[in-house]
Design a protein around this ligand. Structure first.
Ligand code: LRH
Ligand code: MN
Length: 427
């Protein structure tokens, strides 16, 4: 593990440059009537949960190329998550996926997480794969299958995920299903949605009072003609039909290219049903690439909607921010560190938007200056604010530099037997 002393030593040689940069940006922002310390404090409060399934090397349907020191089980994954927390100061929670992360001893897992300063974010059910010995196959669907016995099996699994989540201290269940069709006519579009609502209502009924259920929509894959919960509209209709504890989760990669996701975010906030995010980046499909690596302006525009909602005091439940990525060619720890930084960067930039001026430009239909107001924020280099936020959380000025200097990956390679590659599959 990387110790606090190691981080302090690594910071020591960078502190004076950081202080100088921070002072300089502070002076620049003061001219824009912005208090840099206020922004740094807000960013220091930002938290994003790490996806357990992305701590190991991911793959595609073609192949997976495991790297050195792959985590062997959920306990190794927690160790790696604790390193990301130590270096970024922004990832106190881990989102588990069942049965991928189902340990024999749940209380032992919770105790280990406690010892590492980690808690558990929303847990994820899985009715998009068949498990060994499973009675009914999900080949033709799960919660929406035409066979009531299959639906009952899928409902029971989700209720079991709630049971395990309660033991771990989680407070939400994320339900993503791949149910859908590959051929027109294969599935009755309306009845499939009705079956979804019927099954989801049984899961909803099993939620403790202080829990929420996050409905995750996705345009396609594994179904390639129709997906039952295909878009935000279907997700919102389901949430409103189920009840106030049902909220909509937005995975950035689950939309057609060029869809205006920030508009979807604004609509779900209007409905008071935005539950959270699976952050990643993409260019074509559900590419699950590192957040902010392809289209950082789109990420900024999403955070612009979130910060604007806070500014105008919109009524929406607290958000569950989570990463959901597949790291096929990079060290997953490094990708999760850089993705966390890019989220804080988008938040910091959105906090720099002069919202009063923007509102005036919008009211006066001054499109050019309105666009400039956003660009002025987006083009501000906020790196020193992000470093300050990490320092406020006792973390590293340069997390990636500290990680590489720590030799953690090599230590894992020495301690964990090499994993072999093989066929496809995301994990
Ligand atoms: C589906 C998804 C979902 C997870 C899975 C690992 O594409 O985004 O959130 O269950 O990836
Ligand atoms: Mn997702």
């Amino acid at each position: 593990m990387i110790s606090p002393d190691f981080v302090a030593d690594h910071n020591a040689s960078r502190a004076s440059d950081q202080d100088a940069d921070y002072e300089a940006l502070g002076r620049q922002l003061r001219r824009r009537s912005i208090d840099v310390d206020r922004v740094a404090a807000d960013v220091a409060g930002f938290r994003v949960a790490l996806p357990s399934w992305a701590v190991g090397t991911g793959g595609t349907r073609f192949a997976r190329y495991p790297g050195p020191g792959e985590p062997r089980d959920v306990f190794d994954k927690l160790e790696d998550c604790a390193v990301i927390r130590r270096l970024t100061g922004a990832t106190d929670e881990v989102s588990l996926h069942f049965p991928w992360d189902q340990p024999a001893d749940l209380p032992a897992l919770r105790a280990r997480a406690d010892a590492l300063g980690l808690r558990f974010a929303p847990v994820n059910s899985n009715t998009f794969q068949d498990q060994p010995g499973q009675k009914h196959s999900y080949k033709y669907g799960s919660l929406t299958h035409t066979d009531a016995a299959v639906r009952a099996q899928a409902v029971a699994h989700n209720i079991d995920c709630i049971r395990m989540g309660k033991i771990l201290g989680s407070r939400a269940l994320t339900v993503w299903i791949g149910d859908g069709a590959n051929f027109p006519g294969q599935q009755h579009t309306a009845r499939a949605f009705e079956r979804y609502l019927e099954s989801a209502a049984q899961i909803y009924a099993a939620l403790p009072d202080d829990w929420s259920m996050l409905i995750e929509h996705k345009m396609y894959e594994p179904a390639f003609y129709a997906t039952v919960i295909q878009d935000w509209g279907s997700s919102l209709m389901a949430a409103q039909a189920l009840g106030p504890k049902a909220l909509c989760l937005v995975d950035l990669g689950h939309h057609a290219p060029n869809v205006n996701i920030e508009m979807i975010v604004a609509r779900l906030i209007h409905a008071g049903r935005l539950g959270g995010f699976h952050f990643n980046d993409s260019r074509y499909g559900d590419d699950d690439l590192d957040t902010g690596s392809i289209n950082p302006y789109r990420l900024f525009l999403v955070f612009n909607e979130l910060i604007d909602a806070e500014w105008r005091r919109a009524h929406n439940p607290p958000l569950a921010h989570m990463l959901d990525q597949s790291h096929n060619i990079t060290d997953p720890v490094e990708s999760l560190i850089s993705s966390t930084i890019e989220l804080q960067r988008a938040q910091a930039q959105a906090l720099l938007v002069d919202r009063a001026a923007l509102a005036e430009y919008q009211a006066g239909n001054d499109a050019l200056m309105a666009s400039q107001a956003l660009k002025a924020a987006f083009t501000t280099d906020v790196s020193t604010i992000l470093a300050k936020a990490r320092l406020l959380n006792g973390a590293a000025i340069d997390p990636l530099g500290a990680y590489r200097a720590s030799g953690y990956r090599q230590a894992c390679a020495d301690a964990r037997p090499a994993a072999h590659g093989g066929g496809g599959g995301i994990v």
